[in-house]
Design a protein around this ligand. Structure first.
Ligand SMILES: Nc1ncnc2c1ncn2[C@@H]1O[C@H](COP(=O)(O)OP(=O)(O)OP(=O)(O)O)[C@@H](O)[C@H]1O
Ligand SMILES: [Mg+2]
Length: 615
């Protein structure tokens, strides 16, 4: 979102200087997209009734021109009554205009219903993504989530505009009106015209499953193309650096070729076969009606006007049959979209509500306890196993360990993003499975390993998600995060745009913005996951000193690869293969000559041989 859009949410005059939780509308909860659609249609029953009325009127008016044409030939022409000719011709033109007006009004009301359905589904889908259990959500690729919230919801909504019961009813009404009119004008001729309809419908319907299969394949193909584009465009740096542009171009051309072939097959089936089923039937029936009708006219069983009126009604009836056949094909497509939405709505929700710890006035920060905690990621063998350690209020604890040893997973368990499979994570004595997560997260400052910045200004990024904060508090967090020199050098200062994913600033600057964001919350528990990894030695040390100086009333957990980063900690927990290998004060552990000592020795010798000091 652009800076101006985010900034517009901010109220100019801020009395409250604390960070408030952003309370929005309650999330919409449902497990079935069809229930949601039904509820939305129920809410819009007046518009639906108006649409039905417009359809009825439209169907009645649609047959008027054909009947007036018959009357003109039978009554006005033989008597040379030019006044009557003008009146009937005027009536035909008037009926056509009225039909246009009714159709426009009907499209408008149907669009309102369709858009209402899409909007409701999109609201619910967004709520669902933002309230689903994080581990469940991680299993769905982001592109797919985007597709579902945008395209699937849109398609279901469109179905109620262009392809659902409402238009089906509209086409059925026109067909019925045309059929009745044909039977009233000349029933033997009408019967002949109508008798081919079931055969046409069956012929078209028999192609339905094939059409559905092709449509699905085409939809999947389209999705893959969009995923490909998103990936390549987002990873353009890697594409260029690895000189992979020609490979990606080749892949894109292959996709385009398949797309062209798949589209060509679909077009042949849809636009030629299905459309021609109706057109061919219409042409044959018109010829038969003309032939049989002419014989009836010759034997004085039918007037010329009756013949003309019947012939004019045939395309009306067959166009409706054609549209009904097309709707049949679209229904399967929409059913597939409903299935996708139901998979999204069926995700398990994160718990809401729960207990809040009582904090004393002299509180020294949050106390944390991992009690025999096991959590498994989806992949076999990945996770943390039987982890137990405690962090006292106000303590500074470092977590180190090799890459993939489960350090970040521990922090995600602490903020309730993951739920333990066994054991318990406790904050201030309350199990995170019972604690009020909203309360907890408002009091935690978390700098993830890959901090995410929004495409807006530095200030907006720091105060996220709060729109309005005390400027003095903002400045303090900028200073504490060692950002002040950087900001001072910028012509636009804190209002400098950081670009998409913070792409216009350096990795270290992104990390410090994330630290400032965490500090601004004045957290009782501050968790940094490799938050100084991209900083130079001097800045990293300055940041560590600033964090130590502002430790009062705060517990600090720092995850780091480099042992040096956490040497100032009260205690260090060493992780390996998802388990706690050792735990104690830095001095104790180094003296014991265990894992930590080995890790530090390897890092020191590495730094020595590369000529760079270890952080
Ligand atoms: N979402 C996920 N799905 C499946 N496996 C995961 C997921 N996230 C992490 N893992 C796996 O779980 C293990 C622990 O990951 P974690 O990110 O906690 O390690 P880490 O100690 O933080 O590593 P690093 O130091 O590289 O950041 C790793 O083997 C990792 O591959
Ligand atoms: Mg990690």
């Amino acid at each position: 979102m652009a800076a101006a859009d985010r900034a517009s949410l901010c109220e100019a005059n801020v009395e409250d200087r604390t960070i408030e939780s952003t309370t929005g509308p309650e999330p919409l909860i449902t497990s079935k997209s069809a229930d949601l659609v039904r509820a939305e249609l129920g809410r819009r029953w007046r518009t639906a009734a108006l649409t039905a009325g417009l359809m009825l009127a439209g169907a009645a008016v649609s047959i008027v021109p054909a009947l007036l044409a018959g009357a003109l030939i039978d009554h006005a022409l033989p008597t040379h009554d030019l006044g009557l000719v003008a009146a009937l011709a005027g009536g035909m033109a008037g009926a056509a205009l009225l039909q246009l007006a009714l159709a426009s009004a009907e499209v408008y009301t149907r669009t309102m219903i369709g858009e209402g359905v899409s909007r409701r589904l999109r609201e619910c889908a967004f709520d669902c993504v933002t309230s689903a259990q994080f581990a469940e959500l991680e299993r769905i690729p982001t592109e797919q989530l985007v597709f579902r919230v945008t395209r699937s919801c849109g398609r279901i909504g469109e179905w109620y505009v262009a392809g659902s019961l409402l238009p089906a009813a509209s086409h059925a009404l026109v067909l019925t009106a045309a059929g009745i009119a044909m039977l009233l004008v000349a029933w033997p001729l009408g019967l002949l015209a109508l008798v081919a309809i079931p055969a046409t419908a069956l012929g078209g319907a028999s192609l339905g499953p094939l059409s559905t299969r092709l449509d699905r394949a085409w939809g999947r193909h389209l999705e893959r193309g969009q995923e490909f584009l998103q990936e390549v465009f987002a990873g353009m740096r890697v594409v260029r650096v690895f000189d992979a542009a020609s490979r990606e171009r080749q892949l894109w051309r292959r996709w385009l070729h398949d797309h062209w072939r798949s589209k060509a097959t679909t077009v042949v089936l849809h636009d030629l076969v299905i459309a021609h089923t109706g057109l061919t039937a219409q042409a044959l029936v018109t010829a038969a009606v003309f032939g049989f009708g002419a014989a009836l006219v010759a034997e004085n069983h039918l007037t010329v006007g009756g013949l003309i009126a019947t012939v004019a009604l045939v395309p009306r009836a067959y166009a409706s049959v054609q549209r009904l056949l097309t709707l049949q094909g679209n229904r399967a497509r929409v059913r597939a979209e409903h299935e996708r939405m139901d998979a999204l709505f069926g995700l398990k929700r994160e718990r809401v509500g729960g207990r809040t710890p009582t904090i004393s006035v002299h509180d020294a920060g949050a106390g944390v306890a991992f009690d025999d905690v096991t959590f498994r990621h989806e992949r076999e063998g990945a996770g943390v196993f039987n982890v137990s350690f405690t962090v006292q209020p106000g303590e500074f604890v470092g977590i180190v360990g090799e890459s993939g040893s489960g350090k970040s997973t521990l922090l995600d368990l602490l903020v309730g993003l993951y739920v333990p499979l066994a054991g318990a994570v406790r904050i201030d004595g309350i199990d995170t499975e019972q604690i009020n997560l909203e309360w907890l997260r408002q009091r935690i400052g978390y700098v993830p390993q890959e901090p995410r910045l929004w495409d807006t200004t530095i200030a907006e990024n720091i105060r996220y998600p709060s729109e309005c904060v005390d400027p003095a508090a903002l400045d303090q967090s900028v200073r504490d995060a060692q950002l002040d020199d950087f900001v001072a050098r910028l012509p636009e200062g804190l209002t400098t745009e950081v670009g998409e994913l913070g792409g216009r600033i350096s990795a270290g600057e992104r990390q410090r913005i994330a630290v400032a964001r965490a500090l601004l919350r004045r957290p009782r528990l501050l968790m940094l996951d490799e938050a100084t990894a991209s900083l130079d030695t001097v800045t990293a040390r300055a940041l560590r000193d600033a964090l130590s100086a502002s430790r009062l009333g705060r517990t600090l957990i720092v995850v780091a690869h480099r042992v040096e980063t956490v040497m100032g900690a009260d205690r260090i927990v060493v992780m390996g293969h998802g388990r706690v290998l050792e735990e104690g004060s830095p001095a104790e552990l180094l003296q014991a000559g265990g894992r930590l000592a080995a890790l530090r020795d390897s890092q020191v010798s590495e730094a020595g041989s590369s000529g760079t000091p270890a952080r």
